[in-house]
Design a protein around this ligand. Structure first.
Ligand SMILES: [Fe+2]
Length: 700
């Protein structure tokens, strides 16, 4: 019998709030129509519809959370939770794991010894197999595609930054089809040819309910970005061969020796010579390895249509981090280079998942601060005439994107749909000095002298932010590509770690709102327990600091509670109009606005959110017009255990999927599988295709 490890949080001062255990644990149980208990209050009679939530819940080999190795808890299969408010006074929950084809590959390679050499492993926030490629974990967010018709169901996509979105059946919660064939998406790298390609997209595509068009992106950061980090790695003596082998695998060499020699040589040279080496490697790889960003438009039924984005000087748009979110207005599509990194660079983060010493050394060498500013790209929808259909055309079509830069990093932003006189209004949450792709490692130290090891109960957890978040409202002249008005605020205690948002996304008429004048944000709070020396040191000199470092440490010591607030945005001065602070030791997440029947006002409704208490997970329901009153209802169930939950959606009606759009799995993967080894072909034939029996489509 193993002894439970001693809780090293005992070296925190008495009374210091601890990160709730419930945010760091999760099970993978799939429930059907489980009756939630009403723990407190009662359910509002006019609360109707269906609330969707997604959360990463560990992997096939971990069986849930926490991860025994302390991997990031944001890495894991998406579990989809649906709360149904069908009967007065009752709430039921149904939960299903998102199971795209790569899920079955993950499962089979874990369970069956003949496939064990193809196993997937966690690398930072991605899950990767040297032979099979990248998991599409579908664990991040949703996109609602309203039908606009009373008798036609809305469509719902589940998304992930590193893969294609998948459409869900809103009744069974099964993933039905990806959006776009493999052939319609460009991989971040093309060699080696993984059956599960590394595809960078956005976790927040956008839908224009007025035109029925969906917009998303497909981009790649050139291998040069990746290569720039290599000389630093190779400065290390005595790295195991596997690291070189890994690098070679990623960039398409099967002889690790060549790359090892070239790169060992390159570290002795100055930067411009390194560039020449990169050029040599590029030729050896034999590929066009430029950065690329495609803006994709989809009508919901046909093939994807795309445009390659160029800057006005004709050079390609270069994304340095991620495109976590995009926005659509009446006349523009807006992209942002958002503040964390995913994709193949994550693999290097943790090259040998079992070797924490290598991981620690590489983190010291490679980790750099996220960019201090946000690059925003504007594309006029009027310029999106006939694009390229990669399903049947190789002829690229380009479109110009205007670039502008706003101070401070961001992960989430929203836009008003209306853009009168070409003026675009952008609402941004600036997460300052925070890296949401980071996680607390086993070798992290506390930021407080004498720098004791961090409490082991918070391994895998998101670390603290190292400055207060800001909320910005920007008016941009879309024609000139310039910011013409900007308001940026912060407010302690409310805006510490402001990440997730909700707002009324549809009026009673079913139409989308023209402008967003009330946005609900939820903040993580500030916690001494997850204040790591590594991130403190990394961000202590970051620009735009709002809260002095001593004050940051003092405040974290006292603890700043998680909070939910309503930002009123119509005024010239942004105002926190209503707010609620969660009790100390609790964290609120995943807010969702549920409109009250018959009302048009965008604060007339309910806010449901997840709450991680020191004991368990709950759902709390607030009156959207009176957060300060506190929760009206608390719901939960002892069998329900989800970890750090992310984004949400609300649908008035659910049912069996009505649409016919379908990308059949076998046809979709056939070419990629044919190019793979006989063993991998067998894996698909026996372990994946049988789960997707209906297969009668062809591309092009
Ligand atoms: Fe997000």
């Amino acid at each position: 019998m193993t002894e439970k490890p001693q809780n090293s949080s005992s070296n925190l001062p008495a009374g210091c709030p601890l990160i709730p255990e419930s945010i760091m644990t999760a099970n993978r149980c799939e429930h059907t129509d489980l009756n939630l208990e009403i723990i407190e209050g009662k359910l509002p009679e006019d609360l109707k519809g269906h609330f969707f939530l997604v959360a990463p819940v560990g992997t096939v080999d971990s069986g849930g959370l926490p991860f025994p190795d302390g991997d990031s808890l944001l890495n894991g299969d998406g579990m989809i939770y649906r709360l149904d408010f069908d009967c007065p006074g009752e709430a039921k929950i149904t939960t299903r794991l998102a199971k795209p084809p790569d899920y079955y590959a993950d499962k089979a390679t874990f369970l069956k010894s003949q496939y064990q050499k193809y196993r997937f492993r966690n690398h930072g926030i991605v899950r990767f197999s040297y032979a099979l490629g990248f998991r599409n974990e579908l664990n991040t967010a949703f996109l609602v595609m309203p039908s606009g018709k009373e008798d036609v169901l809305d469509r719902l996509l589940v998304t992930y930054d590193g893969g294609r979105p998948y459409e869900l059946d809103t009744e069974t919660l099964e993933v039905v089809t990806p959006v776009g064939w493999n052939q319609e998406w460009q991989a971040e790298i093309n060699k080696p040819k993984f059956p599960f390609k590394p595809i960078l997209s956005t976790a927040h595509p956008a839908f224009d309910a007025d035109t029925g068009e969906m917009f998303t992106v497909n981009y790649g950061r050139s291998i040069i970005n990746f290569m720039e980090t290599l000389p630093a790695i190779l400065a290390l003596e005595g790295l195991p061969e596997e690291v070189y082998q890994l690098v070679a695998t990623i960039i398409g060499f099967f002889d690790a020796g060549i790359i090892q020699d070239i790169l060992r040589f390159s570290i002795q040279l100055v930067q411009n010579i390194i560039q020449q080496n990169i050029d040599i490697l590029a030729r050896l790889i034999g590929e066009n390895i430029n950065d690329f960003v495609y803006l994709i438009r989809w009508d919901g039924t046909g093939y994807l249509e795309r445009w390659k984005l160029l800057l006005p000087d004709g050079s390609p748009v270069r994304i340095k981090q991620t495109i976590h979110q995009i926005g659509v207005t009446k006349d523009y599509v807006i992209l942002m280079d958002t503040s964390f990194i995913t994709g193949i660079e994550q693999v290097l983060n943790n090259p040998l998942p079992k070797n924490k010493k290598i991981e620690e050394t590489l983190r010291e060498l490679l980790e750099s601060r996220n960019l201090p500013n946000s690059s925003v790209y504007l594309v006029s929808r009027w310029d999106l005439k006939a694009g390229q259909h990669p399903a049947y055309s190789d002829k690229e079509v380009t479109v110009i994107a205007k670039k502008l830069v706003i101070p401070l990093p961001a992960a989430h932003f929203l836009v008003d749909y209306e853009n009168p006189d070409g003026k675009i209004t952008l609402h941004v949450a600036h997460i300052a000095s925070w890296d949401v792709a980071e996680w607390i490692r086993k070798y992290d130290l506390s930021a407080y002298p004498p720098y004791d090891p961090i409490s082991e109960r918070v391994y895998s957890m998101e670390p603290n932010e190292m400055d207060i978040s800001r909320l910005g409202r920007y008016v941009i002249d879309g024609n000139r590509g310039e910011v013409i008005q900007s308001n940026v605020i912060y407010s302690s205690p409310y805006t510490w770690g402001t990440g997730l948002y909700t707002y009324r996304d549809r009026l009673s008429s079913g139409r989308q709102p023209k402008q967003l004048d009330n946005i609900y944000w939820i903040s993580f709070g500030l916690w001494q327990e997850t204040m790591t020396k590594f991130l403190y040191d990394l961000y202590k000199d970051a620009p735009y600091r709002a809260v002095a470092l001593e004050d940051l440490l003092d405040l974290a010591k006292q603890g700043v509670p998680s909070s939910l607030f309503r930002l009123h945005t119509l005024d010239d001065s942004l105002k926190i109009a209503d707010s609620y602070q969660f009790p100390r030791g609790y964290i609120g997440s995943s807010p969702q606005f549920i409109p009250r029947r018959g009302s048009e006002d965008n604060s007339q409704g309910y806010i449901i959110c997840t709450v991680f208490t020191p004991q368990n997970n709950e759902f709390w329901i607030f009156d959207g017009g009176n957060l300060a009153h506190g929760p009206l209802t608390k719901l939960g169930h002892q069998a329900l255990n989800f970890g750090f939950s992310l984004h949400t959606a609300w649908l008035p009606k659910i049912g069996r999927r009505q649409g016919s759009y379908n990308v059949p799995v076998k046809s979709d993967f056939q070419q990629l599988v044919n190019d793979s080894s006989p063993d991998i072909q067998k894996l698909f034939e026996y372990e994946i295709y049988p789960y997707f029996p209906s297969d009668n489509g062809h591309l092009g």
